[in-house]
Structure formats: C-alpha cells, structure tokens
Design a protein around this ligand. Structure first.
Ligand code: HEM
Ligand code: CU
Length: 556
C-alpha cells in the first residue's frame, strides 16, 4: 500500500450501526464483570475467615454466580463485542446488515438466558458451579438459561462468519484482513467446542432436571463437559492474542512481525484445542489410562502456538525499539511506551501469562496433576491466565475501544487512572494468585467455604495464607470498581473527539501467506479427524459399558 492509503486506512472509523452493536455487548460484559467482582470479594473474605456470610447467602451460590458471570458472561459478551468492532474496522468501517441482525438476535438470546439463569442462582436453585457437575442438579430453568446464552453466542459467531464471507466474495483471491481472520477462526473454534456442552445440556441435563429420566450417566456428562471446557480457555485467550498480534504492533510503533506465523498459530489452536479434554479428568475413574495419556501428549502440542505467540511479540517489541534507536541486547525494552495504558495494561497481562502458562503445564502433566488436582493451585492458575492475561488485555482494549465507539477521547487523566488501576489489579492478583498457588501445593482444596476442619492443626496453619488471599481479593475488588468507573467515564462522560482504533500493518506484505490457512473445509475435516481419534472410542466405551447412573442431588 502507498503511504497515503495506509494513513487513510488508519483513520477508518467503526460506523454508528456497528458501534452500537459492539457497545451493547461490551457494556453487558462490564455489567457482568462488576457483579462477579462483588461475588469474588465476598468469597475471598469468607474463605479467609474475615467475614461470615448471612444464612440466606450460601458460599456455593456466590461461587456459582462468580464463575458464571466472570468465566462465561464477562468473557463471551466482551469477545463478541470486540470482534464485531474489529471486523467492521478492518473490512471498511461497517458491518453488512445481515451480520448486524444476527448480532442483535444473539445479544437478545444471551440477555434473556442470562436473566433466567441469574434468577435461578439467586433463588438458590442452581448452586452447581459454572462447570455444573452432575450429579449435582439444578432447576431446568438454569440449564435452559445457560443453553440460551451459548446458542445466542453462536448467532454472534454467525454474524462474524457472514461479514467474513461477504468480504471474501467482494475481494476474490485476496487474503482476508488479519483481525477478521482471527475473529473468524476464534468463533469457528467456539462452534466446534460448544457441541460438547450443548449435547450434555440438551440430551442429558435438561431431561434429567425435568424428571423425564431419573438418572444421569455422570462419566459421559463430564466427558462432554471437558470436550468443551478446555477449548473454552482458548476461546478466552484467542481474542487476547488477536489484540497482541493485530493491534499491539501499531501501539508500540512497529509492524506485525509475520502474517503467516500469526495465522498458523490460530489454525493450530483450532486443530489442537479440542482433543485434550481428558487432562481435566486425569483422576477420574472409568477412562483407560492410555486415552488419558494420549490427551496429555496432545495437550503438550498446544504449547507450541503459545510459544510462537511469545516469539512473535518479542520480535515486534524488539524491532519497534530498535527502529526508535535502541542499542544493546535489551535497550529496546526501555523504548516501549510504558506510560500508555493501551500498551502497559495488556503488557502486564502478557507477563502474567508466562507463569500462568507454566502452571498450565504442571496441571496437564500426569504425575504433577496428582499433587495439585482439585487444590486451590488450579484456581490460582486460571486467575493468572484468564483473570490476568485475558482480563487485563480486555481492560487495555476498552481504553481505546469505548471512546472510539462513542466518539470520545481517552484523556491524559483517564490514562493515568488506568495505569493506577492496572497496578492495583496486578498487585491484587500477585497476592491472591500467589497465595493460591502456594496453598495448593500444601494441599488446600478449592471450592470450599471457610473451614478449619474441626480445628485441625494443619488446616489452622493455612490461615495466614488465606488472609493474604483475602487481602489480594480486596485489592482486586478495588481495581474492578475503578475499571467500572473508567468504563462509565469513557462511554458517557469523556470529552468528545476522535480516538483511533489501532490496527497494525504487516512488516513484509510481499511475503505470501500460505493459502492453506484459509482452506476451511480442509482444516475443519482435519480437526474432526483429531477429535474422532481422541474421543470416538472412549465415548462408545462409556455408552456401551455405562457405569451406574446417578440420581440428582442437592449438595447445598
Ligand atoms: C475481583 C476480582 C476477583 C476476585 C476477588 C476473585 C476471587 C475468587 C475466589 C476467592 C474464588 C474461589 C476459590 C474457591 O473457593 O475455589 C474464585 C473462583 C473463580 N474465579 Fe475469580 N476472582 C476475581 C476475578 C476473576 C476473573 C477476572 C475471572 C475470569 C475472567 C475469574 C474467574 C473465576 C472462576 C471461573 C472461578 C471458579 C468458580 C468455580 O470454582 O466454580 N475470577 N475467584
Ligand atoms: Cu484444559
């Protein structure tokens, strides 16, 4: 592209119709985030023995609310809203009408489903945690509500697919814009992943909670859940990667290092994220060890695209720094825009992802999993990955996305508050997640309310650490409220103006990206083969030699 064209492309605005849709998703995301943060604070304080919850509010009830609101609602709404905005931004500034209609339909389904599920959680009919593990049994309305949320998110995905296809048709033979490709790939991964949980909820949990069948095949339900549950974490992560790959280079004043590398890593996630679910069931009886081992091996392959991403990011940072005149081995580090929230906040998330990813390898390794399984180490791990790497990237996105969508400016003052917010969040997470990791190694269980196990000396010796966790949780809560304040300010109160929607340019556009990376039928078939290899035998075995099924229980 000529320089003038590039400059013009950088000023593309998301038009009003697309901005309204994107905003609708992002605002419900932050509303959910705020509610979830209140639940998180209460949990942290209760677990640490700082407060005692009133009789009418059960620990497992708020833990369910927190898990569903943070893990499923905040993330999913934000992701779809962000994707709609970026797809519009990189395909000319607007969304095709059909994409918008699908997007709004999905939004309404999700909101209705969310209201129904919330009602049941508040009524105390659904304290089954966000993994809704059978044989714990919630009311039918809870499952129907969460199913509607998932189906609604499919429609959000169909909107992205429609925009992608229409662009492809208008630009025959051209490579799709990197951001739009990434949005498409992530929503495709989501379609593949949610098949598992949809089958579980529709064929097993809903009929069982209505009482049409009296028992449920627990092993099968968990297999279907984790078929979904692991790719779910990549559904959270890939939008953050989209920001890192496609947006970050522009913010640091560099170029996208390699378009082909970026696309390859996304394709690898589509292929490799699903056939790994048994690494969550390593201690589950009824699955032959050989199959667990296969999933462990496949899991380790997923490390590769994450390392590719790390390599790519450091290449971007280093070359941007050197272009600004940095010398020496690490001189470029100082040249990075540390005072810019748009850089600093996602960067803190990236740094947290390093220990977060290492902890993931611990969880997924057969022997080490025995040490940490079902301990609060696991909770510490995902607060570093999704709670820090992903959440902070989403915060960082919001600082320019919201003003861009509402026609306002990210002011210097807001930038400063944003930096403070990030430091508070990062410190809170360091304390909370650090304590969780350490406690997990001591054997402290996760998903338990405050308990001293009848004043057992071992359990009592954990209390100082539980206190650190509660302190970290309190800081996090303060950080969350500041973030909500920023969202309100940037959406409704910041001065009018224009905030750019940063999109990086590719360093060597002449270097051809392999066409295979957009041959979707081939890639989907490959993914299907891997899934069949990983799951066909175990699922058939579980159906034929079904373990005794279980009636529903209420553990709360
Ligand atoms: C205000 C900030 C936060 C605080 C104070 C907080 C605190 C906690 C605590 C204390 C637990 C329960 C530990 C247990 O009993 O096992 C928990 C669980 C959880 N948190 Fe957070 N957290 C925060 C932010 C986040 C974020 C940003 C996410 C993801 C986007 C997240 C996702 C989860 C999930 C999925 C669970 C597990 C629920 C379950 O076990 O069913 N949290 N959190
Ligand atoms: Cu996993």
């Amino acid at each position: 592209m000529a320089e003038a064209q590039v400059a013009e492309a950088q000023n593309v605005r998301v038009d009003r119709a697309a901005a309204r849709l994107s905003l609708a998703y992002v605002l419900v995301a932050f509303l959910s985030f705020g509610v979830a943060a209140i639940a998180g604070l209460l949990q942290g304080l209760d677990r640490g023995g700082v407060i005692t919850l009133p009789k009418w509010l059960n620990y497992y009830q708020i833990l369910t609310a927190h898990g569903v609101y943070m893990g499923l609602l905040f993330t999913t709404y934000f992701i779809i809203g962000f994707f709609f905005s970026g797809v519009a931004r990189t395909t000319g500034g607007s969304l095709p009408p059909v994409a918008r209609r699908l997007g709004w339909l999905g939004w309404w389904m999700m909101v209705i489903g969310q209201v129904a599920a919330t009602f049941e959680v508040l009524a105390g009919n659904a304290s089954v945690l966000y993994t809704f593990y059978a044989p714990m049994k919630a009311s039918p309305l809870f499952y129907i509500g969460t199913a509607l949320v998932v189906v609604g998110s499919w429609f959000g995905g169909y909107g992205v697919f429609a925009a992608y296809r229409i662009w492809k048709r208008k630009n025959p033979g051209k490579l799709s814009p990197l951001f739009t490709f990434m949005a498409f790939a992530t929503m495709l991964l989501w379609q593949i992943a949610t098949i598992g949980v949809a089958l579980e909820v529709v064929l097993q949990l809903i009929p069982w909670s209505f009482g049409w069948v009296s028992t449920v095949n627990v092993l099968l339900s968990r297999m279907l859940f984790w078929y979904f549950g692991h790719p779910l974490v990549y559904f959270w992560l890939l939008p953050a990667y989209t920001m890192w790959y496609a947006v970050m280079p522009k913010i640091v004043g560099g170029k996208v290092f390699s378009d082909a590398l970026a696309r390859t890593s996304f394709v690898m996630f589509i292929l490799l994220s699903t056939p790994v679910g048994f690494h969550h069931q390593l201690l589950e009886p009824g699955i032959p060890p050989l199959w667990k081992f296969l999933h462990v091996i496949l899991t380790m392959f997923v490390v590769i695209p994450s390392l590719m991403t790390a390599f790519n990011m450091f290449a971007v940072f280093e070359s941007a720094g050197r272009a600004k005149g940095a010398t020496g081995l690490f001189g470029w580090f100082k040249k990075l825009p540390w005072n810019d929230v748009r850089f600093m906040v996602p960067m803190m998330g990236m740094i947290a992802f390093i220990p977060g990813g290492a902890g993931g390898i611990v969880n997924a390794s057969n022997q080490m999993n025995e040490v940490v399984h079902n301990t609060i180490f696991v909770t510490g791990h995902f607060h570093l990955t999704v709670g820090t790497a992903v959440a902070m990237t989403f915060f960082g996105i919001s600082y320019w996305l919201l003003p861009h969508l509402t026609g306002r400016k990210l002011t210097r003052a807001a930038n400063r508050v944003g930096l403070i917010q990030a430091v508070i969040w990062g410190t809170g997470m360091l304390l909370m997640s650090g304590a969780m990791h350490y406690m997990g190694l001591l054997g402290v269980p996760r998903r338990t309310a405050y308990t001293t196990y009848m004043n057992d000396p071992t359990a009592l010796s954990w209390m100082p650490l539980e206190g650190v966790m509660a302190l970290g949780g309190t800081l996090l809560f303060i950080g969350a409220m500041l973030m909500i304040g920023m969202v309100v300010y940037l959406t409704w109160f910041a001065p009018k103006g224009f905030e750019e929607y940063p999109i990086g340019e590719v360093a060597n556009p002449a270097e051809a990206t392999p066409r295979l990376l957009e041959r979707w039928p081939v890639l989907i078939s490959l993914a299907a083969v891997l899934i069949l290899v990983a799951y066909a035998y175990p699922v058939i075995d579980t159906l034929q030699n079904a373990p005794p099924s279980a009636p529903g229980i209420r553990t709360w």
